[in-house]
Design a protein around this ligand. Structure first.
Ligand SMILES: Cc1cc2nc3c(=O)[nH]c(=O)nc-3n(C[C@H](O)[C@H](O)[C@H](O)COP(=O)(O)OP(=O)(O)OC[C@H]3O[C@@H](n4cnc5c(N)ncnc54)[C@H](O)[C@@H]3O)c2cc1C
Length: 437
């Protein structure tokens, strides 16, 4: 174990888009000394869902820096320019860039930032009170298992989310039964199957289903899509609804009582859980095309059906899904060789945060409490802060995981970290009012 003596100003855990944006913005500011650790070997944004043809669900303006400073060299337009693709992008005439391009852009930025260290997992944090107070951060090199211990005044957690796999789907062959998060590397398995079933009806489910639908006739597999929902609901994407993903809504939501926040958030699923209209349209167009000439569609779309369990077939040729039609209150069985669960993600809060349980304030549900400016609330009056991007939907609302708010959050964090207004924050950024004005 190697102890580093230098005290950094800020150490980040995880390099997804949120911390990468912070690292990119801080790259322009000389007065702070920062490090960001990422366990993956390189920046890679949800690689299992980088399906060709999928698009970023926010305009490219929500890149890593533009909303704070359009002249920043880490902007998406600078990436386009430096890669000599300006005319192609100009003639493309689109705000919604391919998801694979967003990943490539982020990789391009990450390679220019010496503060971002890949292949390093943060395994522990300790708050130390000596003459000076600081955090001690244990970091493991993923390849060599070598451990370094760093000192830092402040921390920032950007550990994102992890896929949720229902219990009954766990402990089966992960070649045959897997989450959409693993879809791309399993595409060949699907192509070679006799039948494939997608369970769930969010955006990831729809994107996997659309891709499978494109290949289904040529590969010859039966394709099914099953959801508990009453319909394949579309995401609420009207411009005034999108204003929920604004600094104004975050500010309004933040000051509500926690009980109200929990109730409101529980009812906002359609702002982020439904399917984009363009994806539904693509799927419908394909289904319509395939039905020309009364061709028999070897495809099923089943709503109102909860998948309650799954068992391997005794002859080893696939799985039997135990389904329940909750309106008719009838159970039935469905067979499939491959089953893809599109059962969402949950915030990932590393276990080691709980080792600081005495240092931090927690709510009745066991969630950490968060200040308006994204610092975890502390029980002690010390000048060491832990800023958070992840696991803050309960305090900051529906926009917490949205890329369009990441740069705003980083502006707030940077202003606090530097103790001055580096970035001006908007007084009013949308047309409607959520609070009484
Ligand atoms: C498939 C998918 C598509 C999405 N598309 C959009 C979209 O189009 N528009 C939009 O607004 N939002 C989208 N989102 C939501 C959101 O933008 C993303 O989840 C985004 O990746 C969140 O960024 P992040 O930095 O918090 O986390 P992540 O991207 O999840 O990154 C967190 C990183 O932390 C690392 N890490 C965790 N623990 C440690 C540790 N102890 N040490 C070191 N590293 C660690 C992980 O390896 C990971 O790389 C999407 C989400 C998913 C799942």
């Amino acid at each position: 174990m190697v102890q580093q003596e230098e005290i950094y100003d800020l150490i980040g855990v995880g390099v997804g888009p949120f911390n990468l944006s912070l690292a990119a913005l801080l790259d322009e500011i000389d007065e702070v000394n920062t490090l960001f650790f990422e366990q993956k070997e390189q920046f890679d944004w949800h690689p299992g869902m980088l399906i060709e043809g999928t698009k970023l669900q926010v305009p490219f303006l929500a890149d890593l820096v533009t909303m704070a400073d359009p002249t920043n060299k880490h902007s998406f337009l600078n990436y386009i320019s430096k890669n000599d693709r300006m005319y192609q992008f100009y003639f493309l005439q689109r705000l919604d860039i391919p998801r694979r391009e967003y990943n490539d852009y982020c990789q391009w930025v990450s390679k220019q930032l010496s503060s971002c260290q890949f292949g390093h997992r943060v395994s522990n944090i300790r708050h130390v009170k000596e003459e000076e107070t600081y955090f001690e951060v244990t970091v493991e090199n993923v390849k060599t298992n070598e451990t370094n211990v760093y000192k830092t005044k402040h921390m920032v957690m950007g550990t994102g989310s992890v896929p949720v796999m229902p219990k009954s789907f766990q402990n089966l062959s992960d070649e045959d039964v897997f989450h959409t998060a693993d879809y791309v590397p399993k595409q060949d398995r699907c192509r070679n199957a006799k039948s494939v079933t997608v369970v769930g009806s969010g955006q990831s489910a729809a994107e996997a289903f659309r891709e499978l639908l494109k290949e289904q006739r040529e590969c010859g597999f039966r394709l099914d899509w099953i959801t508990r929902s009453a319909s394949f609901e579309s995401m609420e994407e009207s411009k005034l609804s999108l204003e929920h993903f604004s600094p104004d809504y975050v500010k309004y939501f933040y000051q509500l009582p926690q009980k109200d926040k929990d109730e409101i958030f529980a009812n906002q699923g359609l702002y982020y859980k439904g399917i984009s209209n363009h994806t539904i349209e693509d799927i419908y167009n394909l289904l319509y095309e395939y039905s020309v000439g009364n061709d028999q569609l070897n495809v099923g779309l089943q709503v109102l059906s909860e998948v309650r369990g799954i068992e391997p077939k005794s002859d080893g040729t696939g799985y039997v899904l135990d389904c329940f039609h909750w309106q008719k209150k009838e159970s039935y069985q469905h067979e499939s060789e491959v089953v893809i669960t599109a059962t969402g993600y949950k915030p990932y809060v590393p276990e080691f945060i709980h080792y600081l349980s005495e240092f931090l304030e927690w709510d009745e549900e066991g969630r950490y409490k968060v200040e308006a400016d994204y610092r975890l609330k502390k029980t002690e009056n010390v000048e060491n802060e832990i800023y958070v991007h992840s696991g803050i939907s309960h305090t900051h609302g529906v926009g917490s995981t949205n890329l369009g708010l990441a740069v705003h959050r980083n502006k707030v964090i940077i202003n606090h970290l530097l103790g001055r207004e580096v970035y001006k924050l908007p007084e009013k950024s949308i047309f409607q009012s959520f609070d009484i004005e």
